[in-house]
Design a protein around this ligand. Structure first.
Ligand code: C2O
Length: 356
């Protein structure tokens, strides 16, 4: 059976945990969302103009766009202060990731069994919905129905460093909890897309990154679940890291590790599920992860890219929309991003021809 959406009334405010040195430790954070018993099935709204997500790191962002983005994030942060229980607030948005990933939710009907949206085929659809509502909330806070979040084009050598618009202390997009050695200061430290790589030569890192991209997108997957992640159904215990698809385990995880601060106890912010959403870069990073799903779908392969298993298609999540309504969304409705009203500005993908 499909994974059921969490029951908000059962969210455990003391239930957030993380793994540290092989042990499960409690986190001192209540990341449960505000409660309501009014909920409905979400219907994708119609639209006339799609939101077009721009590349953050190509030098093409207009100052007006950056100003708009900063204003929208600021308004979201303001809600934390004016009404901490407003589900559209920045901290509430960050807590969504903690609630779905660090254990506060159990699977309905399976008390004690954590609901986990990573390390399985739920990874891409869950995060697509998460960004979808985050983006719509930002747009509604600045009254711009075409507002789109930027994507961090780390798959292209031109984008393989921290996007500048996120790096100015005192601005809404800034986050202090990042690896200090990866902040661009005159020179731009190059990201690594290889988890655990110790290579230091920037030219070699870039070449390894392109190889990694080719492998995780084209070379390695031999089935849809190799790329998307392993099946995860009602009553299943969360898979470990190896349940994730090639992209989730690869470039996706590498960026989290690269951005988070290794000097913090749990590598906050980006280096831990519970805190990752506190860094505005998270959503920019995940927009590119989502873009990878769209690109992979269109690359010809000798296996089918569709997962037709109803346990996958009928899995569901709960989110608050931009009108503070609690809605139930399905994986099936997340498969066609264009129907969801957004697109990606085109960027070059040199890794496609980077066959090792
Ligand atoms: Cu939900 Cu990048 O992790």
């Amino acid at each position: 059976d499909p994974i059921l959406p969490p029951d908000l009334s059962q969210c455990d405010p003391t239930g957030a945990t993380t793994t540290s040195g092989g042990q499960t430790v409690s986190l001192d954070v209540d990341c449960c969302p505000p409660y309501t018993d009014i909920q409905s099935d979400y219907k994708l709204p119609s639209f006339t103009t799609p939101r077009v997500r721009p590349a953050a790191n190509r030098g093409t962002l207009k100052p007006e766009y950056i100003a708009k983005y900063q204003l929208a994030i600021q308004r979201m942060r303001d809600l934390d202060v004016t009404d901490p229980d407003d589900p559209r607030g920045f901290t509430q948005q960050a807590n969504i990731h903690c609630a779905y990933c660090n254990g506060p939710y159990d699977q309905p009907d399976h008390p004690g069994l954590d609901l986990q949206v990573h390390n399985s085929w739920l990874f891409f659809p869950f995060h697509r919905w998460y960004l979808y509502f985050f983006e719509r909330i930002l747009g509604s806070l600045i009254d711009d129905p075409t507002f789109a979040i930027p994507y961090w084009n780390w798959d292209n050598p031109r984008g393989m460093f921290m996007p500048e618009m996120f790096t100015f202390p005192g601005t809404p997009a800034y986050d202090a909890n990042r690896d200090p050695s990866h902040i661009p200061t005159g020179t731009n430290p190059v990201v690594t897309l290889n988890v655990g790589s110790t290579v230091t030569d920037p030219v070699q890192i870039i070449s390894n990154n392109l190889t990694q991209m080719y492998n995780e997108m084209i070379g390695t997957p031999a089935s849809a679940t190799d790329f998307m992640g392993q099946p995860y159904r009602d009553g299943d215990a969360p898979h470990g890291f190896s349940g994730g698809g090639t992209s989730e385990q690869g470039s996706h995880t590498a960026i989290h590790v690269w951005v988070g601060d290794p000097n913090n106890e749990y590598n906050e912010d980006m280096g831990n599920f519970y805190s990752a959403g506190r860094d505005p870069l998270f959503y920019c990073h995940h927009a590119n992860v989502d873009r990878m799903w769209t690109l992979w779908k269109d690359i010809p392969a000798d296996y089918s890219k569709e997962i037709t298993d109803p346990d996958f298609l009928k899995s569901a999540f709960m989110f608050y929309d931009e009108n503070k309504n609690l809605v139930r969304v399905t994986v099936a409705d997340a498969l066609d991003y264009k129907r969801m009203g957004y697109e990606y500005e085109t960027s070059n993908t040199p890794w496609m021809n980077y066959r090792p």
